[in-house]
Structures are given as structure tokens and as C-alpha cells.
Design a protein around this ligand. Sequence first.
Ligand code: NAP
Length: 248
Amino acid sequence: MKRMQDRVVVVTGAARGIGAAIARRCAEEGARVAVWDLRQEDAEAMAKALQLSYGVETHGCAVDVASSAAVNAAAQAVLARFGRIDGLVNNAGIVADAQLKKMTEEQWDRVIGINLKGVYNCTRAFVDTFLAQQSGSIVNISSVVGVYGNFGQTNYAAAKAGVIGMAKSWAKELGRKNIRANAVCPGFIETPILGDMPKEVLDGLVNEVPMKRMGQPEEIAASVAFLLSDDASYVNGAVLEVSGGLTI
Ligand code: NAP
């Protein structure tokens, strides 16, 4: 019996990067996976690939997590298709970096809308179902930046600190109903989100990591799978840093 056999897991931003690795890991462990991403063709392609590789039922859907209407419609589609939800991974996120003195309101609103409100939208859409089931696991993908801040990332740091606060609040609100909420804080992970960073900057960052390398999306996925699974049945309100020791 696989660890997530027949569980239903929704992963946002699952067409590429860390979200794709999480979706793959869940499917590999037997879960039925709903792949949410911005573009329908990307979400469907990932859902199809998971189905072919792991033989699990999947559903791909275009969702902008910043839109509560889109999220609510997609949540209804998941519940109509699978009838339940066991795991929600709030992974979708973007960056729009600038030092505070140059940050525009548009940059602030865009990052807060996706990285912070998006996490509220998705969890709000499923909370009644989680409560009715009296079971579930929510994992918010934060960042080391949400704990320690970062140069040029006022908006991103605010959102990533916020999703830790939300996870802890839900841990307190929902824990008695056997619904757990936790946050994962990745360090530098090799994904397209780092694509615009100059090589010398990346090399400098890697040098700060005690393990002297970037992390792989699969290494975040392994921690998320743990938190989704019954192996973490008493882990609630935790903030798990997966950074190769970056912040010590
Ligand atoms: P990524 O490679 O850019 O992937 C993000 C995915 O989310 C993409 O498929 C993207 O779609 C999708 N997305 C963007 N906006 C969305 C929206 N409004 N609604 C739904 N989906 C949306 O990023 P990643 O590196 O895998 O990051 C995943 C999460 O980990 C993010 O929350 C990020 O902040 C966090 N994180 C990453 C690192 C790192 O070093 N990589 C470190 C710490 C935390 P498109 O491709 O169509 O834009």
C-alpha cells in the first residue's frame, strides 16, 4: 500500500518547478492529483503526464489563484470529480523584486495578490470540505525570505511571512478537527523562478549554503509529501526549513 494511496491532493502552480515535483511525488505515492496552473494547456499536459507515468487519476485546470472566483470554480470541479480533498499544497508564487524606494504599487499588489491572497483563496475554498471530513493536511510553501527578509523583496517577504502566519492560525483553528497546517521554507532551489538571476549572483548565493549547492525541487517535494502523509500525523503549525543549512 502506497503512503498516499487514493488520497486527493490539489497542488497550485503545479505545471513546473517545485509544484511539478510535488505533484509527481504525490502521484508516485498513489495520490489522485489536481494540477492547478495559470494556463490550461500546461495544467492538462502535467496532469496527463502524471496519469501516464503513475497510473493515477488526475485533473488539470487553469486557475489564477489570485482570483477567488476562479479558485472557487476550480475547487467545485475538484470536489465534483473526486468527492473529497485530503491535501492542499499552496505552492503558486511569483517574484517582482525591487528595493523599497523603487517598488511600485503594482509590484506590491501583484505579489501580494498571488503569493498571499492566493493562499487564502485556495484554503478558504476547501475549508468547509476539510471540516466536514474532519481530516486534511494543508502545506503552505513559504521561503527562508519569509523568516529572515531579503534585500529587494519587501513584497515577497511580506507574503511569505504571511503564509507562515496563516499556517499557524489554521493549525490553531482547525487542529481539533484533525486538519493539520504547516509551512515549508525552501532556500535556493533550482527552478525557472531563479531564471533571471545573473550567474555570478547565483554562484555567490550558493557559496553561502553550507552544502555548497542549490536544492532540487524533488528535495522540497519529499518534505511536502511527509507533511501531507500520516507520517506527520502529529506535526501541526510547524515551519520546516529546507535550505541546505543556508540560515544557520
Ligand atoms: P516557478 O518555477 O516559477 O513555478 C511557479 C508555478 O506557479 C508556474 O507554473 C507558474 O505558472 C505558476 N503560477 C504563477 N502565478 C500563478 C497564479 N497566479 N496562479 C496559479 N499558478 C501560478 O517557481 P518555483 O521556484 O517552482 O516556486 C514555487 C514556490 O516555491 C513559490 O511559492 C516560490 O515563492 C517558492 N520558493 C521558491 C524558491 C526557489 O528557490 N525556487 C525558494 C523559496 C520559495 P507560469 O509558468 O505560467 O507562470
